[in-house]
Design a protein around this ligand. Structure first.
Ligand SMILES: Cc1cc2nc3c(=O)[nH]c(=O)nc-3n(C[C@H](O)[C@H](O)[C@H](O)COP(=O)(O)OP(=O)(O)OC[C@H]3O[C@@H](n4cnc5c(N)ncnc54)[C@H](O)[C@@H]3O)c2cc1C
Length: 512
């Protein structure tokens, strides 16, 4: 009989896995709680305006391109990936700015304006991180089922460049003297919801990835990529069921036997969980059935920060801002301390603003534009009351004014907001938008395993498992988990359809 795999959640990880599993001789059903696919990467549509809920930086498309190509489709024919140049603007509070560009001589000139020594060191930084990524990539592409895997040749080869006890900022000091230059190459830790002063030095590869491989904007938003994955999955025969939350993973002994949906039992030979890890464990698997990841253990783990979001549909253009702007407050360190301690909201926070219609007018009605504002804030705790959002909203508008965007209120046609509380209500544990923190003690074999260690025939995919949060590594987690699942079930690859052909209809798949 054809094995049946149930996927819990249609976020990026669940969708990419669906494709990879459909490529093998299995029947795949994907249950998504929401009425649309994409999860934190879904699109928000209102009154002709389109916003990305979460991701706006589409980095390192190579992983997803490979996944899609392995299924006989071409990602670039499904979605128009626009490479941005400049990639983004870094606006420092004191007035200096860097327009980050992959044109390295131009970037070097901008950095040299801060410190000639730092400008001269840019090529060495790039070369070192090129080697670091090449050495560490095999480790990111494999699963970590036990501590023994830390001694694998892939990890041992990467160790000399890993400097496990050093933070990103400390590592950057070897190349760059000027604190603002270091900030320009380390604020990316925020993508993981972390501080450059705590984030492991491995992650200097984040800024390198941008400069080496570019920052892309998918036309229609990152959510358009998720919709494309959904289209491809359906063409490959995946049964996608929207608005169907999984209520429980059914287990017998320690083995998953299926899922409970809408009060009924759906048998499955394996269950792949894409829902937020900690929340999914607490709600879908009884505490007594978990040995390593009990409720108590989950509560003691360290979690990323959260985000306060505004999505604004605006009349007219916002000429003051390029496509992406990162505003870095002078008291960046104090900002990070507030995030870490979680007791209060910073008065003058660093923020990120996307003004995507500069590049992509399809996102708003004619003559209008969209603004997406992200303020990093502490994850949910008893110290900050998110029932009252007026102060947080006012602060966000103040930061927009600091960036030169004034007279906005009367031009707002659409306004949506997300707070740590709303993230939590969407099933994200403590509203920690970037999952478990990426500290070394919560990475590799110390992160929840792709082949879930507490139950048989349960696999994890997405930001809560190895390698971590962020689209390229989430897609990598789909490869690792799908590979483990296929190995365990002995699933073999189907014959490949010719490139970009919607040839794999469900009827045809039955005959393969
Ligand atoms: C504000 C923000 C900005 C970000 N910016 C970037 C960026 O610029 N670049 C980048 O690479 N990454 C970014 N990320 C990080 C990351 O890429 C996204 O969070 C990504 O969507 C996480 O994907 P995931 O596969 O872990 O699943 P999720 O997106 O969390 O999706 C999980 C899915 O499971 C569903 N689900 C949950 N419970 C159930 C259930 N019981 N039954 C059925 N379905 C269920 C959910 O509805 C959801 O659709 C950002 C994240 C956030 C929040």
């Amino acid at each position: 009989m054809t094995p049946h795999i149930a996927i819990v959640g249609g976020g990026p990880g669940g969708l990419a896995s669906a494709l990879l599993l459909a490529r093998h001789k299995a029947r795949v059903t994907l249950f998504e709680r929401a009425p649309a696919l994409g999860g934190r990467s879904a699109l928000i549509r209102e009154a002709g305006f389109t916003f990305d809920t979460g991701p706006t930086f589409f980095l390192y498309p190579r992983v997803l391109e490979e996944i899609v190509a392995s299924c006989g489709f071409d990602l670039r024919r499904e979605v128009d990936l626009l490479q941005l140049d400049p990639m983004y603007r870094l606006q420092f509070e004191a007035g200096q700015r860097i327009d980050a560009t992959a044109d390295l001589p131009a970037l070097q000139r901008q950095i040299a304006a801060f410190d000639a020594h730092d400008g001269a060191n840019l090529p060495a930084f790039m070369e070192e991180n090129r080697r670091k990524l090449a050495l560490f990539r095999p480790a990111l592409e494999r699963g970590f089922d036990s501590v023994r895997d830390l001694l694998s040749p892939e990890v041992l080869r990467a160790l000399p460049l890993l400097r496990p006890l050093r933070s990103v900022d400390a590592d950057l000091r070897r190349h760059f003297r000027h604190p603002l230059v270091r900030l320009a190459f380390s604020f990316q830790c925020k993508y993981l919801g972390m501080s450059p002063f705590q984030c492991p030095s491995l992650f200097t590869i984040l800024s390198f990835l941008e400069y080496e491989h570019g920052v892309f904007h998918p036309r229609g938003g990152c959510g358009a990529v998720m919709e494309a994955l959904g289209r491809i999955a359906r063409r490959m025969g995946v049964d996608i069921r929207l608005s169907q939350p999984v209520e429980r993973i059914e287990i017998s002994g320690r083995r998953a036997t299926g899922v409970r949906v809408g009060g009924g039992f759906v048998p499955a030979d394996a269950v792949l969980v894409n829902a937020d890890f900690a929340h999914a464990m607490k709600t879908l698997v009884p505490n007594a059935a978990r040995r390593r990841w009990t409720d108590g253990k989950l509560a003691r783990k360290k979690y990323s920060c959260s985000t306060f979001m505004l999505y604004l549909g605006i009349e007219g253009a916002v000429e003051e801002l390029p496509h992406h702007t990162v505003y870095l407050a002078e008291d960046f360190v104090g900002n990070l301390r507030d995030l870490d301690e979680g007791r209060r909201l910073t008065e003058n926070p660093s923020v990120y603003v996307q003004n995507a219609c500069r590049t992509d007018p399809t996102l708003a009605p004619k003559g209008c534009s969209t603004l997406y504002l992200l303020v990093p804030v502490p994850h949910r705790s008893e110290h900050i009351d998110w029932n009252d959002t007026a102060a947080a909203r006012a602060r966000a508008f103040r930061q927009l004014e600091r960036l030169g965007v004034r007279d906005l209120e009367r031009r707002i046609r659409v306004e949506r907001m997300m707070t740590p509380r709303s993230w939590e209500e969407q099933g994200i544990y403590r509203g920690a938008t970037f999952n478990l923190r990426h500290s070394y003690d919560q990475m590799l074999c110390f992160r929840p395993h792709n082949r879930f260690e507490d139950l048989d025939r349960v696999y994890l995919v997405g930001g809560g498992t190895h390698p971590g949060s962020g689209l390229p590594v989430i897609f990598e987690s789909a490869r690792i988990s799908a590979r483990a699942l296929c190995d365990d079930l002995g699933l073999q690859e189907r014959a490949r359809a010719p490139a970009n052909q919607p040839a794999m209809t469900p009827a045809m798949m039955e005959t393969v």
